[in-house]
Design a protein around this ligand. Structure first.
Ligand code: GRF
Length: 206
């Protein structure tokens, strides 16, 4: 069994989509931990209902960023976590954690990276920026996490159309549907060890 951790700040619908996919497809991987920067996000209720341990670990509660990173690492290592999936986690992952889990942290972004990413580009802000840009397509991107926001190698992407009538809300809903399909597939590739990184480019093994 590949042991997974999820990091989420809010709703947790991607976390749930992945969890269900693993069960439905009898894949050899399970979530053993959910971590949030918030004390009780909706994602925590999902974890509770599914019997997945939840931890609230807030960077602000620590004296230093190093102590925060050390606590995250201690919890991840205590549960022998092998892969981390970020799903709507709004905080930066400390570089010590990125280093220790190099190439084994994934994130989902609700637009086509490397456009429309970076600090402050989350939730409705992303979709509003896409609409204002005039782009006729948007989509979802799954990428490997590095030390910056949304800049790591891209594993999978899928597009959706952008209509003139779209609002951030309607576009977000269209992208979210794709997210729930795409993220479980990326996790499946990860647990089957089919992802190879070559600098910025990602090879998916057959
Ligand atoms: C998703 O749109 C994801 O792309 C972004 O944050 C949102 C999280 O939604 N990173 P949920 O918490 O998985 O429902």
């Amino acid at each position: 069994m590949v042991r997974l951790a999820a990091f989420a700040s809010g709703r947790g619908s991607n976390f749930l989509a992945i969890h269900r996919y693993l069960l439905e497809h009898s894949l050899p991987a399970r979530y053993v931990l959910l971590i949030s920067d918030r004390p009780h996000p909706p994602a925590a209720d999902i974890a509770l209902a599914e019997g997945i341990p939840f931890l609230h670990i807030n960077a602000k509660a620590f004296e230093s960023p190093e102590e925060f990173a050390a606590t995250l690492l201690k919890e991840l290592e205590a549960r022998q976590v092998e892969w981390i999936t970020l799903a709507g986690y709004l905080k930066m992952i400390p570089s010590q954690v990125v280093q220790r889990f190099r190439g084994r942290i994934m994130n989902i972004h609700p637009a086509l990276l490397p456009m429309f990413g970076g600090k402050g580009m989350y939730g409705e802000h992303v979709h509003q920026a896409v609409i204002e840009s005039g782009m006729r397509v948007s989509g979802a991107s799954i990428h490997i996490v590095d030390e910056n926001y949304d800049t790591g190698p891209i594993v999978l992407q899928e597009t959706v159309p952008v209509y003139y009538e779209d609002t951030a809300t309607t576009l977000a809903a269209r992208v979210l549907e794709v997210e729930h399909r795409l993220y479980p597939r990326a996790v499946e590739l990860a647990i089957k060890d089919k992802i190879r990184l070559h600098g910025r480019r990602v090879e998916i093994l057959p």
